[in-house]
Design a protein around this ligand. Structure first.
Ligand code: NAD
Length: 259
């Protein structure tokens, strides 16, 4: 029987990361789920249980991508458990809102630490381990806000534009190693990240609408479903064609880049 492949996903407890893990698990991968949430929390346990119903192994690890010791331990444990890491999805991220002139140092630091430096740290360990095995696919999750400016999202835009620079640099550095790295840039996706009052207010400010709840917002504003991103991430992680390019940005933009 062929050895099962392994996908490691940061921010795997819920949202897009959970959907990516399920997609890989449904297609014969074992998965490593790294998240700052406790694996014993209800949400994280439910994710692991759902993955295990596919027959896949799911290794759930509490890990903060802003902490080097956590990331070092995560990759050591993944490697010691499975002996290979075929795909890494650097997915964990956070968002906050504020016009550029209103932002505090703490707000800027937070998003840069998680979304940019945390993604670099994930890529660092992915590259270190994949170089040992001589193959691998790294997929960085940015945003369409990493392809244009968005009012009240300076922290997020700075970080996500930076992720694209990281991807392009790492792709050059990994030339000829059998490892490719690309960025996925989704527009709005239905996940817990968008199911807050502050996110609804951000959309109201952006569009001139007056949605009271995120459910009302979802009914009226075009959003991607998590499976839309998972399909692309899975294709990038597994297809022969996606092994033929590196350093690219793929916009899942619902047409917003045309505007
Ligand atoms: N939802 C959207 O509209 C949207 C659009 C474009 C891009 N994105 C990006 O997609 C990725 C996934 O977002 P989502 O929508 O699933 O968000 P989410 O908030 O629903 O899930 C994010 C997950 O990341 C985890 N996480 C946060 N900080 C972490 C840290 N420091 N260390 C480890 N885990 C951490 C959370 O616990 C959570 O499980 C993020 O990078 C986000 O910026 C989201």
């Amino acid at each position: 029987m062929a050895e099962r492949k392994v996908a490691l996903i940061t921010g795997g407890a819920m949202g897009q990361g959970k959907a990516h893990a399920l997609k890989f698990a449904q297609n014969g991968f074992d998965v490593v789920l790294a998240d700052m949430q406790d694996p014993e929390s209800d949400a994280f346990r439910a994710t692991v249980q759902e993955i295990e119903t596919t027959g896949a192994k799911a290794l759930a690890i509490k890990c903060d991508i802003t902490k080097d010791e956590d990331m070092s331990a995560l990759f050591t444990q993944a490697w010691d458990t499975f002996g290979r890491i075929d795909v890494v999805v650097a997915n964990a991220g956070v968002i906050n809102f504020g016009y550029t002139w209103e932002l505090t140092d703490a707000q800027v630091q937070k998003v840069i630490d998680v979304d940019l430096i945390g993604t670099w740290r994930t890529d660092k360990y992915a590259a270190l381990y994949m170089r040992k095995q001589g193959f691998g696919r790294i997929i960085n999750i940015a945003s369409t806000s990493g392809m244009y400016g968005t009012p009240q999202l300076a922290t997020y835009c700075m970080a996500k534009w930076g992720v694209r620079g990281l991807t392009k640099t790492l792709a050059q550095e990994l030339k000829g190693t059998g490892i490719v790295v690309n960025t996925v840039c989704p527009t709005k996706v239905k996940t817990p990240m968008c199911e807050t009052d502050s996110y609804v207010q951000f959309i109201n400010d952006l569009t001139g609408n007056h949605y009271q709840t995120w459910q009302e917002m979802y009914d009226s504003v075009p959003f991607l479903d998590v499976e839309d991103i998972s399909d692309m991430v899975y294709w990038l992680g597994t297809s022969r064609a996606a092994g033929k390019f590196s350093g690219r940005d793929l916009g899942l933009d619902l047409g917003t880049l045309q505007q």
